[in-house]
Design a protein. Structure first.
Lengths: 479, 143
């Protein structure tokens, strides 16, 4: 417990937040990429500071993207696409400082509200989940995968196929029940399967580098010529408390749904705020309400997405899938028994989620003007060093160059998938959750002597089916 | 067209898995066995791939052509890993050449000052990475 609250853990959270803010502010680089690339560096760290730093990166990455979204109309990550609609018009009016301040405070309050839900919901949910049967767990995992497919961009069939290929990519190696080798195609290097970290670094860091390299060279963006200071006086945020609270709650619940990211949360909250506003005509033209709704919601998805991760061991977003990989790498088994077996880790996650938001508030208020300039560094300077970091970081996993070749392979896989409009999120979630899904299903069928009907007859699978059908209909209706 | 070729490729992968699932021996104590779950998923994937292949496409978005320099950048990346895996040259040297060479490939830069700065930056960065990983993480990157 002392380690959770120690100064060193706090420093690592701060480091993670600042790195996340910088990376989140640079268009083309994402928190996902930063966290995937940072995982090998955490090997030499204790689990609690490591996971705390990664959560700090998550918070910083989602928050940092608002800087360039407001100042340059270039969202650092998809989470702040909606923020550009009202943030940039405010900049054109000469109110960049005010827009930044509103966005930063809204992000902070969104993060704090979702942190409260994280603490309130996680433990009861985990106590409930302990009573889940293997069939219930399988149903929840299937729901996570289906929701990611329904809500991923592009053609739903492509999402389904991507998810299926991700599940198949997890099949080579040793069977989770018997331990015998399967799908190795006679290759000894496949006996351990594809290393999780190499796959994640390849798909999110290597692939992203290739996507950025494809568009080079591009016209350089000049640094903003003049920028007023971030003002945090007379923001009159109190008048917006209903908007902030509503957007934060919406964002939290959107974040709880597996597969739904910060961009969906911010878009949803923005749409609701506009529909309930007295001045909907101002939205898209520099409305402070719209900016606040978007930023409160996208930061609230962070805490919301941590709820299923902590309580059930099921990631609420792609970033949480990488965090789950980080937990496993550090010897922590996520799931409903996390509260009983690793209470320190649970409190570390809660602590990091709160302290990270505090540090984000201070850092962004102090540094946002300077970070906007960093975002204009040409990509040509960044990409080669990032490639070197990917290679060395992957080599650090196992001291084996074959792991690096796997990383290169999956960089190519990710690149080809995205170039052909196949979403990567279902692939990643399928890859990560497939072993868990399979072991639960097979354990369940062993108890029932092969009968599959109990899967359809218990409350949890029925609720899961209803949620999936509702989300499918909503997605079809609004897409 | 490229998209359909890729859809067809994604038909081949699950087919290979399905064939392998058919060839995997069953376990007597386990109801499902090691091959049923991947086999089911492979079957589903084949069905979806067939539907995608046979579905008429409407308004396909144009795919931006890939420049030759991009392929050279990819080849340089693979070359870096191959050279390091056979351990014929120090990491610091190869990584520096890669960083500077990649910059030349993707930046189209002609200014002598910027080229010098890029070279100096590559040397400094790669040395820092080698020092960091060999000292702190205890990796064997040197030859």
């Amino acid at each position: 417990m002392l380690e959770v609250l120690s100064l060193s853990t706090g420093l690592f959270i701060g480091l993670g937040v600042i790195l996340g803010i910088i990376v989140g502010a640079i268009p083309g680089l994402t928190a996902t990429m930063l966290i995937a690339l940072s995982l090998p560096f955490t090997f030499s760290m204790e689990p609690i500071p490591a996971i705390s730093m990664l959560i700090g990166m998550y918070i910083g990455g989602v928050s940092g993207s608002l800087i360039t979204a407001i100042v340059m109309r270039m969202p650092g990550t998809p989470a702040s696409v909606i923020t550009t609609l009202d943030g940039y018009p405010m900049t054109l009016r000469g109110e960049a400082g005010r827009a930044l301040a509103l966005g930063i405070w809204a992000s902070f309050f969104g993060g704090v509200v979702s942190w409260a839900f994280l603490i309130l919901l996680s433990e009861p949910l985990s106590r409930l989940a302990v009573k889940f049967s293997n069939f219930d767990y399988f149903a929840l995992i299937a729901m996570a995968l289906l929701l990611i497919v329904f809500l991923s961009k592009g053609n739903m069939l492509r999402g389904l196929l991507a998810g299926a290929v991700g599940i198949l990519a997890a099949a080579p190696g040793s069977d989770p029940i018997s331990g015998s080798f399967r799908f190795t195609f006679g290759q000894t290097w496949l006996q351990d399967g594809f290393p999780l970290l190499a796959v994640l670094i390849g798909l999110f860091a290597g692939n992203q580098i290739l996507q950025e390299a494809l568009d080079l060279p591009r016209k350089h963006t000049d640094a903003p010529k003049s920028q007023e200071r971030v003002s945090f006086g007379s923001l009159k945020l109190v008048r917006q408390w209903v908007n902030i609270l509503r957007s934060s709650v919406l964002g939290t619940w959107i974040g709880v749904l597996p597969g739904v990211g910060a961009n969906v949360g911010s878009a949803f909250a923005y749409a609701i705020a506009r529909s309930m506003s007295r001045k909907p005509q101002d939205y898209g033209k520099g409305s402070e309400e719209g900016l606040i709704a978007s930023e409160a919601a996208n930061n609230a998805t962070v805490g919301g997405a941590l709820v299923p991760l902590v309580a059930l061991g099921i990631p609420g977003s792609v970033v949480d899938a990488i965090l789950l990989g980080g937990l496993v790498i550090h010897g922590v088994q996520p799931g409903p028994f996390l509260f009983r077996n690793e209470p320190d880790m649970v409190y570390a996650i809660f602590n990091a989620a709160f302290i990270g938001n505090l540090i984000m508030l201070v850092a962004m208020l102090a540094l946002s003007r300077h970070i906007a300039k960093i975002a204009t560094v040409p990509k040509e300077y960044l990409l080669p060093p990032l490639v070197v970091m990917c290679i060395v970081g992957t080599f650090a996993i196992s001291n084996n160059w074959s792991t690096v070749f796997v990383m290169l392979l999956f960089s190519g896989v990710g690149f080809v998938f995205e170039r052909n409009n196949y979403p990567l999120a279902p692939f990643v979630i399928g890859f990560i959750l497939a072993p868990l899904a399979e072991s639960n299903l097979r354990s369940a069928t062993m108890f029932t002597d092969g009968a599959i009907l109990p899967l359809l007859a218990t409350p949890v699978p029925i609720c899961v089916s209803v949620v999936c059908i509702v989300m499918f209909i909503l997605n079809r209706r609004f897409s | 067209m490229t998209s359909r070729i890729f859809d067809g490729f994604l038909l081949v992968i699950p087919s290979i898995f399905l064939l392998q699932a058919y060839r995997t021996p069953e376990e007597t104590y386990d109801v499902m066995g090691p091959a049923l779950w991947p086999g089911l998923v492979a079957g589903l994937a084949i069905g979806v791939a067939l539907v995608l292949l046979l579905t008429k496409r409407v308004g396909n978005s144009e795919v931006k052509p890939i420049q030759p320099r991009f392929w050279l950048f990819c080849a340089a990346t693979v070359a870096l890993v191959v050279i390091q895996s056979v351990a014929v040259a120090p990491f610091f040297l190869v990584a520096t050449l890669f960083c500077f060479g990649s910059y030349l490939l993707i930046a189209y830069e002609t200014s002598p000052m910027r080229l010098v700065l890029s070279a100096a930056g590559s040397i400094a960065f790669c040395y820092a990475v080698q020092w960091l990983f060999t000292t702190l993480v205890q990796l064997d990157l040197t030859v």
